[in-house]
Design a protein around this ligand. Structure first.
Ligand SMILES: [Zn+2]
Length: 413
């Protein structure tokens, strides 16, 4: 038998990250692992084997979430679930999701070796889907466990090549009732480790964070209708120019976000102009507005003012305006006790750390409204994510696993 003490955590991590990235490796040295595709199936099977070899009790559920269970001596108590998602975006990186799955596996494996059976049952999970990169649905794994989704919610969907969700799922061996239904009611808490996907930690020279909230988001489309007219013969004071009006509205709303200085972010990411030709005063222009913050009332105040300002600006310009809100996702507070516990354990260990808000969505936001949930960040170099250039230093990955071990040890032993 191999002497486990002879491999360091860093060695194990380096090896495990590259191993998992080999399933779905792209020519850019990125990873493409989409729900139920061939690379995804090989990765879930290989991970099941790895968990099994290390003595965990392995099972799938009927949507393809993979669990490795280390039973506690108080077996009837609800389980402590830890993990992240196995799927990636197209040509994504080696760390998003994958690091959280591997960190949980390595942490539980090492705790078992060092301390034996825990009191509370620990379960490692490789969630089947989070990114929404194959079918027009996201958080399929965590949503199925927490009961937010039923299988019928996805069955009719198709991917971009016309493959039906139900067919892809059944081809991968799931959705046929061969495995237990995914919904659970025996989970005490969920703990996810993830790369930050932003540059805050690196810029502040912190190496670890406990996330307190995942931001809420509102998205709007603003459509302006004026009058298309000749660019040469229409005098400036007789125009109903929608691009000029949109430009003033956009400048105004972005300036307000800059001045707020309360962490709110506002983005106009798409503009459409019609007729979109150089020598016509544009009669129609629409733009999107995305607003995020971790407090609902801050978002509501900002968006309410933005809507009122847009209407007033349109009236002044003699342009008609239509405003549609098409997304309103509430902020999700994570468990304050778990965040505080993680933060104080990190401080005690002398790890440069902070509490922070996540501007990106994660499985933790689905679990966060279902059970006490902790989301733990390690830095992302230059904040790059969803790219083959995604990178986190081995030292920081090691800190992430060590912190997860401390937290799980505190909770389960
Ligand atoms: Zn992720």
């Amino acid at each position: 038998m191999m002497d486990q003490a002879s491999t360091t955590l860093k060695d194990d991590l380096r090896q495990a990250i590259n191993w998992l990235a080999s399933f779905g490796k792209t020519e850019n040295d990125g990873v493409t692992r989409l729900l139920y595709d061939e690379a995804w199936q090989r990765a879930q099977q290989a991970l099941a084997q790895k968990m099994n070899n290390s003595g965990l009790l392995v099972r799938f559920d009927d949507v393809g979430n993979l669990f490795g269970r280390l039973p506690g001596t108080e077996d009837k108590a609800p389980v402590i679930l830890t993990g992240s998602h196995l799927d990636t975006v197209v040509d994504g990186g080696k760390y998003d999701g994958a690091f959280g799955v591997l960190a949980s596996f390595l942490a539980v494996d090492r705790l078992r070796q060092q301390f034996g059976a825990p009191k509370r049952t620990l379960e490692v999970v490789a969630l089947c889907e989070e990114e929404g990169s194959r079918f027009p649905i996201s958080f399929w794994g965590s949503g199925s466990i927490t009961g937010a989704y039923q299988q019928s919610d996805a069955a009719g969907l198709e991917d971009s090549s016309g493959v039906r969700f139900i067919d892809a799922m059944q081809q991968a061996g799931f959705g046929k009732g061969d495995y237990p239904a995914p919904a659970r009611n025996d989970i005490a808490c969920f703990i996810e480790t993830h790369v930050e996907q932003g540059s805050t930690l690196e810029l502040e020279q912190n190496t670890w964070a406990a996330v307190t909230h995942i931001v809420g988001q509102q998205r709007y489309t603003i459509t302006l209708t004026g009058e298309s007219n000749h660019a040469g013969t229409t005098p400036m004071d007789r125009r109903h120019d929608t691009v000029y009006a949109a430009a003033r509205m956009i400048a105004h709303v972005i300036r307000r976000a800059e001045q707020a200085q309360n962490g709110l972010v506002a983005t106009v990411g798409r503009i459409k102009v019609a007729p979109n030709v150089p020598n016509v005063v544009p009669g129609s222009c629409s733009f999107t507005l995305d607003i995020r913050h971790h407090q609902s009332d801050v978002i509501n105040r900002f968006s309410g003012q933005a809507v009122a300002d847009f209407r007033q600006q349109a009236r002044k310009a003699g342009i008609s305006i239509q405003i549609t809100k098409w997304m309103d996702a509430l902020p999700v507070p994570l468990d304050p006790k778990l965040a505080e516990l993680g933060y104080s354990l990190a401080q005690k260990a002398g790890i440069p750390c902070k509490k922070m808000v996540s501007g990106a969505g994660h499985d933790s936001q689905i679990f966060g409204s279902y059970c006490p949930t902790a989301l733990l960040f390690v830095p992302s170099h230059n904040g790059i994510s969803h790219s083959p250039n995604e990178f986190t230093k081995l030292d920081d990955l090691e800190t992430g696993v060590q912190m997860l071990m401390k937290l799980l040890h505190h909770l389960a032993y």
